[in-house]
Structure formats: structure tokens, C-alpha cells
Ligand binder design. Structure first.
Ligand code: G6P
Ligand code: MN
Length: 416
């Protein structure tokens, strides 16, 4: 079975390989193709992955290519993890909104929209290549902003896409970290949009969590904090900190000497030095300071569910189709789904916490306009999207912000 990674120069690539090794008995992946446009990073990653698998006696054929058709041809699964313009562009997404007193973040708010604008055309191109080269293959997307990317690919192509975020297993991670409880004992309803999720009906071994356990989980999600989550009556994605603590977060972001993107750039240098060291065949520990850890486990859970036809409940970005009653059917939501060989189906919710209806609707409204703006290169829709976004909204700010944002990403926006 051929498995392809698009954006294989990403420092997360070895984690995927590691999951393949862990699951060697159940997943016969015998060819791993690494694709990237950056031939230097690709070469480093190919060398490291070969050393990594050799050290673990994993008999897999690993090769790299910069030819997209070669990479995708006949692939059963294609994992996409690209960052158009790299972390250099991420830093601009973080800094430009802050000048206007807005949250500067790589996926949330105006910065996230610019990431979407740079990324969506490239992802549509990958999906269209897949329609021809691997029409039965599955595109497993981790490219951010994951919700908008999935929405664009669903709306404009026929590729089979499953959109993921490591956030779907965060409540399991919190239970493990705070109470030592294994992942498979914890279940919950997970509803909303990528990086805008609300988690309710949490059970451990099938029984509802006690008040004390809920509090422990809420405390562990400390970016948002226990008080807010207790008041809402549910856990939330950590990204809700930007909506419920906006003023405080803007001040903190302004006061920092480095943005997260700048910090990640420094970290990447150390991680890549580890990958490039010909005597090293272990993942550098600095990788675990990145926020995306755990995603490879989710990706391979999906591969297992589909390939081995094992009914598996997973949080996936999928078209709503009535699961969240107040959202459009074709809008993408991030929600529990049942996954198996036939694909995935959202599990309809009987309960969605009332305090989040408005926020989810507004951000979905923004996302749908932003996807259209990204595809059409439409400045009017870009402005409408920002007017719809609860973290931007103010007209005079939008008029000033838009030219600044477009200038910041200019070389990566051929559609504008
Ligand atoms: C979380 C999010 C990812 C995001 C990551 C950022 O895991 O779910 O979508 O990419 O954090 O991590 P970073 O180390 O790049 O700041
Ligand atoms: Mn994510």
C-alpha cells in the first residue's frame, strides 16, 4: 500500500512514520513517498526516515520526489501537511492584525484568513491532481486552517477528503495527563468548527464524569480556564481563549518579545539539525515542544478504520448534512463521526450547548465567505468575511487592515 506525504519536509513527518511502525502488523504500508517543493528539507527528511526505519527493522521502501503526479499516482492515502510561505508568513499573520488591536494568530481571526488565502489554491491543486492520479485514495488533511481547507476541497473538487486536527483527542489527553485515564475509556460529544469546539456529555467507562472530574479536565485546559468552562457547562477547544479573553490576550500578545511563529522558527533549527545528523536515528525531543503532537496517531486511526473496516468514532471535519441543525448542510463542521471502509458519517447531535450557537454560526458565516474570497480572489468577499468575523467586525478597521494583509502575503496570492 502506497502512502504519500505532501509537505514531507515538515518536522512532523517522522511521527507519521513512527505510527506506521507501531501498526506494522495491521497496516501493510510498504511504500512511503515523501513529496515537497523544498528539495533540501526533503533530502534531509528522506535520509532521516531511512535511518529511523532501519534502526527499527521496518522494511518499508522510502523515496522522495518533487513531482506531484509521481507522488500521488495510485496512493491509497495522501497526508497533506503544507505551510505555504513557511513560518516566515505565519509571523506576518501574527503581527499584522495586532497592529490594529486584533488577535494575531495563525488560524484564528484575520491571520487565519490569510493563511487560508495562501493555502486553498495550492490544496485545490493537490486535490485536483488526486482526482486524476488517485481517485480512490483518501486525502488526510492536516493543513491549517483545517476547517476552511476541508470546506474548499469539498466544495470545489471530488477528492475524498477527511480533515483532521489533533484537537479531537485533546480531552482524552487531558484525562490522561490529569487523572491517568487511558484514551479508550473517555468519550464525549465534540461539536463546532475546527479550533472552535465545545465538548459535552463526557463519560469515563460509559458513566458521566463527576463534577470533580469535570473540574479537573477544565483546569487542565488552562488556556481557557475552569471558570469559563464551568459557566458554559462544557469543555472547549483551547482556541476559545481568543474569543472569551480577547482583550487580555491582545495585550499579552503585544507584550511578548517573540510571536509563536518566531519561537517555532528557532525551535525548527534545532529539530532540523537533529534530523540532518547522519549519526542520529531518533526524533529530537524539541519536536515535542510543538503544538501538533498526537496528530499522527489520529491520522493512522483513520487509516486503520478505513483499510481494516473497523467502525471507529473519530472527530473529523465533514460536511454538516444536518448534524448541527442551525448550520448549512454543505458547511464543514468538526464533529464526532463514525468512520469505516465506506467513509465517514457525522453523528447527529441531540444537544449542543446553547451559549455557543451564536459564535459557531458567526464563524461559519465568516468561513464560507472566506473560502469564496480565497478561490475567487475577491476583495469584496474578503471584506465581508472580516465584517462577519466576531474577532474583527469593525468597518473602519477592516478598510485599513485589508490592504495591509494583502501586501503581507502578496507573493503567495496569485488569485488576488
Ligand atoms: C495545535 C493545533 C494545530 C496547530 C498547532 C500549532 O495542535 O491543533 O492545528 O498547528 O497546535 O502548534 P505550533 O507548535 O506550530 O504553534
Ligand atoms: Mn488544529
Amino acid at each position: 500500500m502506497k502512502f504519500t506525504i505532501v509537505g514531507a519536509g515538515s518536522s512532523y513527518t517522522p511521527e507519521l512514520l513512527d505510527e506506521m511502525i507501531v501498526r506494522r502488523e495491521s497496516l501493510p504500508i510498504d511504500e512511503l513517498v515523501l513529496y515537497d517543493i523544498d528539495s533540501h528539507r526533503l533530502e534531509v527528511m528522506e535520509g532521516f526516515c531511512k535511518r529511523y526505519s532501519a534502526k527499527r527493522d521496518f522494511p518499508i521502501k522510502i523515496r522522495s520526489t518533487t513531482d506531484i503526479d509521481d507522488a500521488l499516482y495510485g496512493a491509497a492515502f495522501v497526508d497533506t501537511q503544507i505551510r505555504v510561505g513557511g513560518n516566515k508568513q505565519r509571523v506576518k499573520d501574527e503581527k499584522i492584525p495586532l497592529k490594529y488591536g486584533l488577535i494575531g494568530q495563525e488560524t484564528t481571526g484575520a491571520g487565519g484568513m490569510m493563511k487560508a488565502f495562501r493555502t486553498i489554491p495550492v490544496m485545490l491543486d493537490v486535490a485536483r491532481h488526486m482526482e486524476k492520479s488517485s481517485p480512490d485514495g483518501w486525502l488526510i488533511n492536516y493543513t491549517n486552517p483545517a476547517g476552511l481547507v476541508t470546506e474548499a476541497v469539498k466544495r470545489y473538487t471530488n477528492a475524498n477528503i477527511a480533515g483532521f486536527c489533533s484537537g479531537g483527542i485533546f480531552p482524552k489527553m487531558w484525562a490522561k495527563r490529569s487523572m491517568g485515564i487511558d484514551y479508550n475509556r473517555v468519550q464525549y460529544d465534540y461539536v463546532g468548527l475546527n479550533h472552535l469546539n465545545f465538548i459535552s456529555h463526557i463519560t469515563i467507562d460509559g458513566r458521566p464524569v463527576t463534577e470533580k472530574e469535570f473540574e479537573t479536565l477544565a483546569e487542565t485546559n488552562d488556556d481557557v480556564g475552569a471558570d469559563i468552562q464551568k459557566l458554559l457547562g462544557c469543555l472547549t477547544s483551547p482556541y476559545l481563549q481568543y474569543y472569551y479573553k480577547t482583550g487580555q490576550r491582545v495585550e499579552e500578545l503585544k507584550a511578548k518579545s517573540q510571536t509563536r511563529g518566531e519561537y517555532v522558527q528557532d525551535l525548527e533549527k534545532i529539530v532540523f539539525a537533529g534530523y540532518a545528523d547522519e549519526n542520529n536515528a531518533d526524533i529530537p525531543k524539541e519536536l515535542y515542544k510543538r503544538g501538533g503532537g498526537g496528530y499522527s496517531e489520529v491520522a493512522m486511526n483513520f487509516v486503520n478504520a478505513v483499510y481494516n473496516n473497523v467502525d471507529t468514532e473519530m472527530v473529523v471535519n465533514v460536511q454538516n448534512k444536518g448534524a448541527v441543525p442551525f448550520l448549512p448542510d454543505d458547511g464543514v463542521v468538526e464533529i464526532n463521526c463514525l468512520v469505516n471502509k465506506r467513509g465517514m458519517a457525522p453523528i447527529h447531535k441531540s444537544y449542543i450547548p446553547a451559549p455557543c450557537w451564536g459564535l459557531i454560526s458567526e464563524v461559519k458565516n465568516y468561513e464560507m465567505l472566506a473560502v469564496e474570497a480565497a478561490v475567487e480572489g475577491n476583495v469584496t468577499k474578503m471584506k465581508q468575511a472580516l465584517l462577519a468575523h466576531p474577532l474583527v467586525r469593525e468597518y473602519s478597521v477592516v478598510e485599513k487592515l485589508v490592504p495591509d494583509l494583502l501586501k503581507g502575503s502578496k507573493e503567495f496570492l496569485p488569485q488576488f
